[in-house]
Design a protein around this ligand. Structure first.
Ligand SMILES: *Cc1c(COP(=O)(O)O)cnc(C)c1O
Length: 467
């Protein structure tokens, strides 16, 4: 018999033999085992070693194990220890073990969550998770959910739906006629609106120069009295969780009234919306149920693996009509076709790990998770405030802490020193024209000890700079 040297044959063997998968798994487990002890950020030599990937494109098919080994040997050290307890950069998020495991299992399934027929399990879980989340967050019953890659996309979907509905009500079908010569749609947003919202406003064709900005208070919350008169041509953009301070807009005073005036209220709740799922923090979200759309990330404070965001919208017709031109509205069968609620067609089935996490945590688990992030943030702020040379600038209502040193240049230097020390990782930001260090507690894995160690690192960094 002739030996089969074809690529196809080789791949059949690789799939059946499963050595590759076992190897990947054992590398992954080894990685998890070291995550709490390693440098939070790659060392200089690890970063230097990344140049190993600058190869010429290979001429021929190679050895898959060798590829995997290369990735593990030089790739793993080039990661940030984001799922450990001392990564406080941006507003990222750790990972709930069962979510990671469910994602790994689903990786083998490689599902495309377009329509029911392409993946019945994805369709089923999207239906279940939509229902769970609408109940958990106490959103209006008619709310639908689209499972997107993150809040940037969710914000965009919300604006597109709002644009569709507002113009449709003015007898203008934007999907057919476009925005040129369309009736004007007003956008009202706080001065501290997140950059992803600006991006969405730009992508949706409104232009950021047209935004009617509303002044904010010292925590970045919209000043209720400064909101202009709203009407049925207005989109009002609010925030559950300012990216710097973690502050929530005053939904109770704003949303119901805005709705009565006919405006479309959208809430960017990338990491803050989960407050609405808790007893302890839902005073921060009171009134948010009068909005028409909400954006949230599962991959931030809920600790789902990347990438996982959700667009919630009360206007199913607007959302579907704006995202899918060819979608016969509400397709004939009763099963969910997930692609109608998102801008993509092909899409991985990110709902699988989200479902696993929600099922695992339950209501009390989510309460405990969010509450712990808050407790660690409060601890961080208290310890830093009792250190000479650091000043906490924000009210720690949720998971964010903003810190400053005596001068901007000192803040910059200390931040850089902390990052170089690699004991923890925090990022910089600016607040009211001053440089700040921003600490975002986003991982379930952060312990009291992690916070103490990190504060030690702040102290040492300041001392090193002053010497
Ligand atoms: C992170 C964040 C976003 C963007 O979300 P992505 O998931 O990164 O696209 C938007 N708004 C706020 C307040 C955020 O914190």
């Amino acid at each position: 018999m002739n030996e089969d040297n074809s690529l196809q044959h080789k791949m059949f063997l690789e799939l059946k033999d499963a050595e590759l998968f076992r190897k990947a798994e054992s590398f992954g487990i080894e990685y998890l085992g070291s995550i709490f002890d390693r440098n939070v950020y790659p060392s200089k030599s690890d970063l230097h070693d990344l140049s190993i990937f600058e190869e010429d494109f290979p001429e021929n098919s190679g050895d898959p194990l060798e590829t995997l080994n290369l990735l593990n040997r030089y790739g793993a050290p080039g990661t940030t220890a984001q799922i450990g307890g001392r990564y406080f950069g941006f507003v990222h998020g750790g990972v709930i073990p069962v979510g990671l495991a469910a994602k790994n299992l689903a990786t083998f399934w490689d599902q495309n969550a377009t329509v029911y027929q392409s993946s019945p399990i994805s369709s089923k879980l999207e239906t279940v998770v939509q229902k769970w989340l609408v109940q958990l967050l106490a959103l209006p019953n008619e709310t639908v959910a689209g499972f997107v890659s993150g809040t940037s996309t969710a914000n965009f979907c919300a604006l597109a739906a709002a644009r569709y509905r507002i113009l449709k009500n003015l007898n203008w079908d934007v999907t057919k006629k476009g925005l040129f010569n369309a009736p004007k749609v007003r956008i009202v947003a706080g001065r501290q609106v997140h950059s992803s919202m600006l991006q969405a406003i730009s992508l949706a064709g409104f232009g950021i120069d047209t935004i009617e900005f509303v002044e904010v208070d010292d925590q970045g919350r919209i000043l209720v009295d400064k909101i202009p008169k709203l009407d049925h041509t207005t989109i009002l953009s609010l925030q559950a969780g300012n990216v710097n301070t973690g502050a929530f807009d005053n939904f109770a005073s704003i949303c119901k009234k805005a709705k009565e005036q006919g405006a479309w209220v959208h809430i960017d709740g990338a990491f803050g919306l989960w407050a609405g799922a808790t007893q302890h923090f839902n005073h921060l979200t009171t009134g948010y149920e009068y909005a028409s759309s909400w954006a949230v990330d599962a991959h931030k404070t809920l600790n789902s693996p990347y990438d996982s965001g959700i667009i919630f919208c009360t206007d199913e017709e607007a959302l579907i009509s704006t995202l899918h031109i060819n979608a016969a509205y509400l397709p004939n069968d009763n099963e969910r076709n997930g692609m109608y609620y998102v801008p993509e067609m092909s899409r991985r089935s990110r709902v699988i790990e989200l479902w696993a996490i929600l099922r695992y945590l339950g209501r009390t688990g989510i309460e405990e998770l969010i509450h712990n992030l808050h407790k660690r943030a409060v601890q961080f702020a208290e310890l830093l405030n009792s250190e000479k040379g650091f000043l906490v600038l924000n009210q720690v209502v949720y998971n964010q802490v903003l810190v400053q040193c005596d001068t901007d240049s000192l803040t910059d230097k200390v931040l850089k020193e902390i990052q170089e020390m690699r004991e923890c990782w925090v990022g910089g930001s600016s607040w009211k024209g001053r440089k700040v260090i921003r600490i975002s507690i986003c991982s379930w894995a952060t312990t009291e000890e992690d916070v103490k160690r990190s504060v030690d690192s702040f102290r040492k960094a300041l001392k090193n700079i002053k010497n």
